[in-house]
Design a protein around this ligand. Structure first.
Ligand code: ZN
Length: 154
C-alpha cells in the first residue's frame, strides 16, 4: 500500500523529467488515498516555487477546500528542500516519507545544503542580506489582526 504511494511519486518524478521539469514527484495521502499529487514544474511553469511537494500540497488543498492537511502524509521521491519542508509544516502534514536523499540530489546538481546552512545562521551572518524598513508602519497589519474578532487563526 505504502509502496504504491511512493511508486506514484516516483512515476511523477520521471514524468517531470520527460516534460522538462526536475526529477521530483510527490503525492499527499490522507485516509488511505491520494488527495493531491505533483511533479516538479519549475522550468515549464516558469515558477521557482513549483517543486513537486508544493504542487501536490496545492492540489490536495484545492481538492479538499482547506489550507489544513492535518492527518496527511506526503510521499516524495526525494527528501524535501527547505522551501518544501516549510510548506509541509505550514500545511500541518504529519509525516514525510522520502526515497532519494539530499546527497543524491546534490550529486546531480540540486544542492540545497546552502539554504539549510543559511537558515541556521544568525541574521547578520546570512549570505542573502536582509534589511529592515518601515517596521512601525508595517505593524499596523498586526494590530488589525489582533483586533479582528472573526479571524481564522492558522
Ligand atoms: Zn522543494
Amino acid at each position: 500500500m505504502e509502496e504504491s504511494f511512493m511508486r506514484r511519486a516516483i512515476a511523477l518524478s520521471c514524468q517531470g523529467v520527460e516534460e522538462g521539469g526536475g526529477p521530483f514527484g510527490a503525492v499527499v495521502v490522507r485516509g488511505g488515498r491520494i488527495i493531491g499529487e505533483g511533479r516538479n514544474n519549475v522550468v515549464p511553469g516558469r515558477d521557482p516555487t513549483q517543486h513537486a511537494e508544493i504542487v501536490a500540497i496545492r492540489a490536495a488543498c484545492a481538492a479538499l477546500g482547506t489550507h489544513d492537511l492535518t492527518g496527511a502524509v506526503i510521499y516524495t521521491s526525494c527528501e524535501p528542500c527547505p522551501m518544501c519542508l516549510s510548506a509541509i509544516w505550514w500545511a500541518r502534514i504529519g509525516e514525510i516519507v522520502y526515497a532519494n536523499d539530499r546527497a543524491g540530489a546534490a550529486a546531480i546538481g540540486f544542492d540545497d545544503a546552502a539554504i539549510y546552512e543559511e537558515v541556521a545562521r544568525p541574521l547578520e551572518a546570512r549570505r542573502l542580506p536582509l534589511r529592515r524598513l518601515l517596521a512601525e508602519e508595517a505593524r499596523e497589519a498586526f494590530r488589525l489582526w489582533e483586533a479582528k474578532p472573526d479571524k481564522m487563526p492558522y
